[in-house]
Design a protein around this ligand. Structure first.
Ligand SMILES: O=P(O)(O)OC[C@H]1O[C@H](O[C@H]2O[C@H](CO)[C@@H](O)[C@H](O)[C@H]2O)[C@H](O)[C@@H](O)[C@@H]1O
Length: 284
C-alpha cells in the first residue's frame, strides 16, 4: 500500500478531492474539525473486515475488542452512528450486542432499522425472495464442495475463502446465473454476492443520510465501500463547510483499492477499536 506505515494509523495522500484544501490532513486534525460540529456529524461503519475481523466461517464473527464500547460512547456525542453492511439487519442487531441508539442499514440498504426500531425492507426487493431462495438451493446442488453458500433472504453470497482454488469457477457460475435471472452482482473479499436488480447500494444510503448533516466519517474495508466514500466526497464537493473523512481498514485482498480511495488507513478492526477509543476525548 503506497505510503502506508506500520502501526495503528497511517495516511495516504488524499485523492480526487473536490475539497482538497479543506480535507483534514491527519486523524488528529480530522477529529478536531469534527469536534466543532460533532452534533451534526454522522459516523458510518461497515461491519465485516471493519468492525469485525474476518473469519473463515461467516457465522463465527464478532466485533473486535473495544469496538462496541467505543460505538456506545460515541453515539450520544454525534448526530448518528450507523452501520452500513451487506449483512441482514437481524444479523447486525444480534452481533452488535443490542447497542442502543444505532442505525442499521443491511443488505446494502435494502433493509434498515433506526435506533432499535422495526426492520423495514425496501418494497421493490420483496418479490425477489423466492428467486434468491431457489438460487441458494441451486448453488448448493451445483457448486463444488468447499464453496460456502450464504442465503440472506434478499441476496445470496457465494464464498470460496476456505477453497481459494475454486474462486474463478464459483465467480463464473454466479455471474452466469445472475445474467440468466436478471440479478445484480457485487464482488467482495473471496465472495460474490448476487442481489435483486433494485437500485440500492452503500453510496445511495450515505447520500441520503448526509444530505442535511454537517460532516461524516465512513470506515470500510471492501470495494463496495468505495461507493460510500464517493458519496461523501460528492457531498463535501458541494459544501465547503462539510467535513467528510473516508477511512480504509486494511486488508490483504481488496485493501489496496480501498486504501487508495481513502484519506486514512487503519491496520485492522482491532486497531479501529483503539482509534475510536482515542477519538472520544476529542469529541466530548
Ligand atoms: O458489507 P460487509 O459488512 O463488509 O459484508 C460483506 C460480506 O461480509 C461477509 O463476508 C466476509 O466476511 C466473512 C466473515 O469474516 C468471510 O468469511 C468472507 O470471506 C468475507 O467475504 C458476509 O458473509 C457476506 O455476506 C458479506 O457480503
Amino acid at each position: 500500500m503506497p505510503g502506508r506505515r506500520r502501526g495503528t494509523l497511517s495516511r495516504v495522500p488524499p485523492l480526487n478531492l473536490g475539497n482538497q484544501p479543506k480535507t483534514p490532513l491527519d486523524a488528529e486534525q480530522a477529529w478536531r474539525a469534527t469536534a466543532a460540529r460533532a452534533r451534526e456529524t454522522v459516523l458510518f461503519f461497515d461491519f465485516d473486515g471493519t468492525l469485525a475481523p474476518v473469519d473463515d466461517d461467516p457465522t463465527a464473527v464478532s466485533p473486535a475488542p473495544k469496538v462496541l464500547a467505543a460505538l456506545e460512547a460515541l453515539a450520544p456525542v454525534v448526530r448518528r452512528v450507523a452501520i452500513v453492511s451487506a449483512r441482514p439487519v437481524e444479523f447486525l442487531r444480534e452481533h452488535l450486542g443490542g447497542l442502543a441508539g444505532i442505525d442499521l442499514y443491511g443488505l446494502y440498504g435494502l433493509e434498515h432499522s433506526h435506533s432499535g426500531g422495526e426492520t423495514v425492507t425496501e418494497p421493490a426487493a420483496l418479490p425477489w425472495v423466492p428467486t434468491m431462495s431457489e438460487l441458494a438451493e441451486q448453488a448448493r446442488a451445483e457448486l463444488p464442495a468447499g464453496t460456502l453458500v450464504e442465503f440472506k433472504r434478499l441476496s445470496v453470497a457465494l464464498h470460496w475463502r476456505t477453497a481459494p482454488r475454486l474462486g474463478a469457477q464459483v465467480e463464473r457460475w454466479g455471474r452466469e446465473q445472475a445474467e440468466r435471472l436478471g440479478l445484480k452482482c457485487q464482488a467482495g473479499r473471496m465472495v460474490l454476492e448476487i442481489k435483486p436488480p433494485v437500485d440500492r447500494d452503500k453510496g445511495m444510503v450515505i447520500d441520503e443520510v448526509v444530505r442535511d448533516a454537517g460532516g461524516a466519517w465512513y470506515f470500510g474495508d471492501d470495494v463496495s465501500d468505495i461507493k460510500a466514500f464517493a458519496a461523501l466526497r460528492a457531498r463535501a464537493a458541494g459544501d465547503p463547510r462539510f467535513v467528510g473523512v473516508c477511512v480504509a481498514v486494511a486488508n490483504p485482498e481488496t485493501g489496496h483499492e480501498v486504501a487508495e480511495a481513502a484519506d486514512l488507513t487503519i491496520d485492522s478492526p482491532a486497531a479501529l477499536g483503539d482509534f475510536l477509543t482515542e477519538a472520544l476525548p476529542h469529541l466530548r
